[in-house]
Write a protein that binds this ligand. Structure first.
Ligand SMILES: NC(=O)c1ccc[n+]([C@@H]2O[C@H](COP(=O)([O-])OP(=O)(O)OC[C@H]3O[C@@H](n4cnc5c(N)ncnc54)[C@H](OP(=O)(O)O)[C@@H]3O)[C@@H](O)[C@H]2O)c1
Length: 239
């Protein structure tokens, strides 16, 4: 299905996977609404695309007044890539209440709040649409040093499946894209020595953000009767 002229909102479009999705979806002719907190990074994304093909909106997804601005955009959306997320790897006994709160607040509660607003807009206006959840291999597996992050992605995956079940009657598709390790900035704040030692012994090469974005393009381009429910992507040799 052609994405030409479709309007697609992407959270976390200022960096990493979200930025790669914005670039590839724009290449397919979609109009992008790119979100992130860093206006300068969003401006750099806009500068990389033809004028008028991307609109940017900077703000924090944990700020209710910002999310209400997203709600207002919902009726014009054809698709939503629910991608923004954060991560801190550390031994479970070393994670602080602030770490736990930050990951659950952003990866679960903010993602849920934004998706509810977008989905209401899709249901009430066009009665169609497509929502992509960027979960993770961590949504189905639990691994050392990633306890709370894994818990947030398990929760996000449960929400994705719930949205799918409840929205299918409204003609809205829900896809979960679940990558393994991707080479982005997301692990920059995970500096615990155990994490650094673990990363140093890794025997595989991380996926690129572009490889994950290809899966998002595939999902959003699928024919109307075809619902890619779950796409898992792993780096070769990481199973
Ligand atoms: N990298 C991996 O190995 C990997 C693997 C599987 C799944 N994922 C998932 O993929 C998604 C994207 O991650 P990434 O690797 O591309 O990370 P990234 O490069 O760190 O990008 C994260 C994006 O989320 C935005 N963001 C974070 N907190 C936000 C907030 N409170 N309000 C608004 N925007 C916020 C950031 O924007 P600003 O900094 O401008 O606010 C940034 O654009 C995440 O959900 C992550 O869990 C990543």
């Amino acid at each position: 299905m052609s994405l030409q002229g479709k309007t697609i909102l992407i959270t976390g479009a200022s960096a990493g996977i979200g930025r790669a999705c914005a670039l590839q979806l724009a290449q397919q002719g979609a109009h992008i609404i790119a979100l992130g907190r860093r206006q300068e990074a969003l401006d750099a994304l806009a500068a990389a695309l033809p004028a008028g093909q991307v609109r940017t909106l900077a703000g924090d997804l944990n700020d209710e007044s910002f999310v209400q601005k997203i709600d207002a955009l919902a009726p014009e959306l054809d698709a939503f890539v629910n991608n923004a997320g954060v991560l801190r790897y550390a031994p479970i006994l070393d994670l602080t209440p602030a770490d736990n709160q930050w990951m659950f607040q952003t990866n679960v509660l903010a993602a849920l709040r934004v998706t509810q607003g977008v989905a209401r807009g899709m249901v009430h206006s066009k009665k169609r649409g497509h929502i992509v959840f960027m979960s993770s291999i961590a949504a189905r597996e639990v691994y050392r040093l990633a306890s709370v992050y894994c818990a947030t992605k398990h929760a996000l995956s449960a929400l994705a499946r719930s949205f799918r079940i409840e929205l299918q009657g409204h003609g809205i598709k829900v896809t979960e894209v679940a990558p393994g390790m991707v080479d982005t900035e997301i692990r920059a704040g995970s500096t615990h020595p155990d994490v650094l030692a673990s990363v140093a012994t890794r025997k595989f090469k991380a996926l690129t953000a572009d490889e994950v974005a290809q899966a998002v393009v595939y999902a959003l381009s699928a024919e109307p009767n075809c619902c890619p429910d779950l796409i898992e992507l792993r780096p070769q040799g990481s199973a």
